[in-house]
Design a protein around this ligand. Structure first.
Ligand SMILES: O=P(O)(O)OC[C@H]1O[C@H](O[C@H]2O[C@H](CO)[C@@H](O)[C@H](O)[C@H]2O)[C@H](O)[C@@H](O)[C@@H]1O
Length: 280
């Protein structure tokens, strides 16, 4: 896909939504996930960075639409840092909803606002090494400290899928005992507070901006609630375009998408093409 060709959605709902968005960009919200959508998946989560084309594309698009939001499982401040979102001309009103919407960073203020922390995270953090040890201490398994959550990554384990499968039960037990939930993702099991998800975060953002159309792009299971939110908006008469970044690893998402792109490079090209296609 070249940077100035807009791909055609494969579904009628997607094509209708894109037509509305092109006709009425100033009342459209564009919301995107971070890892796997703006940033290529890498083995070490601390090395993830936005694709070089992603921020320029968002910055070109943002002044032409009602709002641009990044909705991520990352802490908001981490996504801002890894994305390079602060101080970018054009992204003066960018909103980053971190921890699935429990945190919010506004480019306009540079500040993060957050829900109160859940006490179960401290208890889970303390018990986690013992639980991993008893489950077989899979070599290469890595704990990501996320502040208001902890995540166990298996991508660098000798057998990532076997480690993921073996740890799912014990980590679910641990989370449940302390009032947390397990959020499964691409070779990651996150133990986090319940009550917020990307769907709720997206709906609140759309309500706040008063948008009349929406684009959402994601790549992982944690994006399914946002897809469901767009489907609900569509049922209520608000056109929505669902974009899946990467097609094979998370088929539950690509099966519901109007447009499937092959990862962050194509997502960045799509956002740039969208910016080119709508008037200033
Ligand atoms: O909601 P997202 O922005 O997609 O964040 C979801 C999780 O992404 C990160 O993990 C994923 O990306 C890593 C870096 O590419 C990769 O190594 C890992 O296998 C993926 O699951 C991040 O580390 C998590 O905290 C996020 O919740």
């Amino acid at each position: 896909m070249s940077s100035n060709s807009l791909p055609r959605p494969t579904t009628p709902a997607g094509r209708d939504a894109l037509a509305t968005i092109l006709a009425h960009p100033s009342t459209t919200t564009v919301a995107v996930d971070f890892d796997g959508t703006l940033a290529p998946i890498v083995a070490d989560p601390e090395q993830a960075r936005a694709h070089p084309g992603a921020v320029p594309a968002l910055a070109a698009l943002a002044p032409r639409v009602a709002s641009v939001a990044v909705i991520t499982g990352r802490p908001a401040g981490v996504a801002v840092r890894y994305g390079g979102f602060a101080g970018v001309p054009g992204l003066d009103h960018l909103v980053v909803l971190g921890h699935y919407g429990a945190e919010r960073w506004d480019a306009a203020t540079g500040e993060v606002r957050a829900a109160p922390e859940h006490p179960g995270v401290t208890a889970v953090r303390a018990e986690l090494p013992g639980v991993l040890e008893r489950a077989g201490a899979w070599p290469g398994t890595w704990i990501e400290e996320k502040g208001r959550a902890v995540a166990v990554h298996t991508r660098r384990a000798t057998d990532p899928q076997a480690a993921f499968d073996a740890l799912t039960g014990p980590l679910t037990d641990l989370a449940t005992r302390h009032g947390l939930v397990v959020e499964p993702g691409r070779m990651v099991l996150e133990l986090r507070p319940p009550g917020m998800d990307k769907g709720r975060a997206l709906l609140e953002h759309v309500r706040e901006t008063g948008a009349k159309a929406v684009v959402y792009a994601g790549d992982d299971l944690g994006d399914l609630p946002a897809f469901a939110a767009v489907e609900k908006l569509r049922a209520d008469g608000v056109p929505g375009l669902l974009v899946c970044s990467g097609s094979d690893e998370v088929q539950a998402l690509s099966a519901r998408a109007d447009l499937t792109l092959r990862g962050p490079a194509e997502v960045a090209a799509f956002l740039a093409a969208l910016a080119e296609a709508v008037p200033d």
